[in-house]
Design a protein around this ligand. Structure first.
Ligand SMILES: Nc1ncnc2c1ncn2[C@@H]1O[C@H](COP(=O)(O)OP(=O)(O)O)[C@@H](O)[C@H]1O
Ligand SMILES: [Mg+2]
Length: 265
């Protein structure tokens, strides 16, 4: 397996490349979604992907988890090239990821503790005391102390998101993916979730986070790197400063949430 062409460093942050997409193409029937996507996700940083609905953001992260395979192009997770892997190998790669879903996707019948413990009990052979230690540490970290015996129906939306985040972190993943973590939350819960993403990043220096968001406030406050997708390619990438100081009409329209500009509704 050749990894010779894989970039070693992210040009935006100067950090080592953790995930690399190289000229990735994907169509569903006649619908071409990704059209030569090139993307470097830096290790230990927070990268946020922005772009209109339907532009291929979720499709992009499904590729890195091996849930979709590209029609053309290459994808590396660390030194592993996914495009060369069997389904069985891809399942192993998937275990290196934690995922925070838009709907927290908790098990209704299990309390908070058991929901968070589930991936540990499923994938690792730990003594119950070790499970307890890890789960309780995460419960404290995400601010759910005292709620461990509640079931999801007894929790607020924000608390369910926290439980979902703790579950995503419980196996100490190398990568944490968030697909629109604040969609459907009110502004206060959105700010709380943004803070949680930033705090999680600060608490886990080696963790590589990839966030999909259209909440521009969050993007500018939590991202080390922002990538703007449009029609299946990266049209802009840079630091939050690059985006806020840009005169580019597409960036200005997106930041302003405006109907006027190059993006048509
Ligand atoms: N499994 C699939 N089969 C067919 N079409 C799909 C599939 N997944 C996504 N699409 C289509 O690809 C486009 C991009 O989807 P998606 O990546 O989910 O957009 P978003 O940027 O909003 O996350 C959409 O038009 C969607 O309908
Ligand atoms: Mg999506």
């Amino acid at each position: 397996m050749s990894t010779g062409e894989r970039p070693d460093v992210d040009p935006v942050t100067g950090h080592p490349a953790a995930i690399v997409y190289q000229d990735v193409w994907k169509a569903f029937g006649p619908h071409q979604i990704l059209r030569g996507l090139d993307l470097v996700v830096p290790r230990g940083r927070v990268t946020v992907i922005i772009g209109r609905s339907g532009t291929g953001k979720s499709v992009t992260i499904k590729h890195v988890m091996g849930l979709l395979r590209p029609d053309k192009g290459r994808i590396w997770v660390g030194d592993d090239e996914l495009t060369a892997m069997s389904d069985r190998e891809l399942r192993r790669v998937r275990l290196r990821f934690g995922i925070v879903f838009q709907q927290a996707a908790l098990f209704d019948s299990m309390d908070v503790f058991d929901n968070i413990a589930f991936p540990l009990r499923e994938h690792e052979r730990l003594k119950e005391a070790q499970v307890r230690e890890r789960v309780m540490a995460l419960i404290a970290q995400v601010g759910l102390r005292g709620s461990e015996r509640k079931v999801p129906s007894e929790l607020s939306g924000g608390m369910r998101k926290r439980a979902g985040l703790a579950r995503a972190l419980v196996r100490s993943p190398e990568f944490l993916l968030y697909d629109e973590p604040t969609t459907g939350l009110d502004p206060i819960l959105t700010a709380a979730m943004d803070k949680l993403i930033a705090d999680t990043d600060a608490a886990h220096p080696d963790l590589t986070s990839l966030v999909i968001s259209h909440d521009m406030h969050a993007v500018l406050s939590i991202a080390h790197k922002i990538v703007m997708l449009n029609e299946g390619v990266v049209v802009h990438e840079g630091t939050p400063d690059y985006f806020t100081s840009s005169d580019d009409p597409l960036i200005r329209q997106f930041l302003a949430g405006s109907l006027d500009g190059p993006m048509k509704v």
